[in-house]
Design a protein around this ligand. Structure first.
Ligand SMILES: Nc1ncnc2c1ncn2[C@@H]1O[C@H](COP(=O)(O)OP(=O)(O)OP(=O)(O)O)[C@@H](O)[C@H]1O
Ligand SMILES: [Mg+2]
Length: 292
């Protein structure tokens, strides 16, 4: 099982005297086997939220439930791919994948661990690099290793924090395809939470898109993706339905930002300051990478 229910989750940084609320009273329900993307501008709390769901960060309020049970830290039911590749540079590709298995599946024998690691290194197309060190690999290849490591442990929940953010469009598209085909090929699909600020990526991958807004990080809107699976990129991106839906998501993204700007202005006026509306940073929404 791998149902996730998030109730009134808040996360603060800082000390008791000076704290900053990065996530504010988030409520979210994710079904078993569902693929959900968190989409939002930089700084809106996506990484904070996903690392709290992983149990790496403690909430200041509220609870994350997995199958009805509150989490109290990291668990063997969850694996995470971080925003940077986070591989161990002193371990080979295969050893990096084995490391995850040693952590989360200590019951495996050395031989089983080695076999599973090789199987997943092959699945991400890196067999010939299995004995190479990460620094000898390209960014896309390193990210494949990180994905292999997260998938090899075979947890029912997979958390991915902008795993393809640093990649070029073509590599990104091929890793999106790889991720979807691995996800779909499983008899019991994993529950996936995937962080991105790429609209096309969110649409292509997800069953549902959760749009967040900053200051403090909150959920602005949840939208179900209307395209059936399997999705073939070219077949859906050229349709009128896709263009309309994509615009809806982009508009929601900017509305989320606009509302914050309005909020900031109101606060400044009431504090006696001159109203300065924050200008939109078009760099925060990427509508070209991925999905092409
Ligand atoms: N360790 C920390 N200490 C203090 N503040 C932090 C810390 N980590 C994040 N923050 C702040 O919390 C807010 C949310 O950060 P977070 O990294 O969750 O955003 P994000 O949505 O993942 O952004 P990005 O898209 O740039 O990765 C930001 O304002 C950030 O400055
Ligand atoms: Mg982040």
């Amino acid at each position: 099982m791998s149902r996730i229910n998030i109730r009134d989750l808040s996360v603060e940084y800082g000390t008791k005297n000076k704290s900053f609320k990065a996530v504010d009273r988030v409520n979210l329900d994710i079904k078993e086997g569902e693929f959900v993307s968190l989409l939002g501008a930089s700084g809106c709390g996506k990484s904070t939220l996903i690392s709290t769901i992983d149990g790496l960060r403690r909430p200041s309020g509220g609870t994350v439930f997995i199958d009805g049970e509150p989490i109290s830290g990291t668990g063997k039911d969850r694996s995470i791919v971080f925003q940077n590749y986070s591989l161990f540079p002193w371990m080979t590709v295969k050893k990096n994948v084995e490391f995850g298995l040693r952590q989360l599946r200590p019951e495996l024998s050395k031989k089983e661990r080695s076999d599973i690691a090789l199987e997943f290194v092959e699945k991400v197309g890196l067999s010939e690099f299995k004995n190479k060190y990460p620094l000898k690999l390209s960014g896309g290849q390193q990210q494949r290793v990180a994905i292999a490591r997260a998938l090899a442990v075979n947890t029912p929940i997979l958390l991915m924090d902008e795993p393809f953010g640093a990649l070029d469009t073509k590599t990104r598209a091929s890793l999106q395809d790889l991720l979807l085909s691995l996800w779909r090929s499983e008899e019991k699909k994993k529950t996936v939470i995937f962080v991105t600020h790429d609209v096309d990526e969110a649409i292509f991958l997800s069953d549902r898109i959760v749009i967040m807004q900053p200051n403090p990080g909150r959920i602005y809107k949840e939208v179900s993706v209307p395209f059936s699976r399997p999705r073939i990129r070219e077949n859906i991106t050229d349709t009128e339905e896709y263009k309309i839906f994509r615009n809806e998501i982009i508009n929601a993204f900017y509305e989320a930002e606009k509302e914050v700007a309005y909020h900031d202005t109101e606060k400044k006026i009431s504090a006696g300051n001159s109203p300065v509306v924050r200008s939109f940073n078009s760099g925060t929404v990427s509508a070209v990478a991925g999905g092409r």
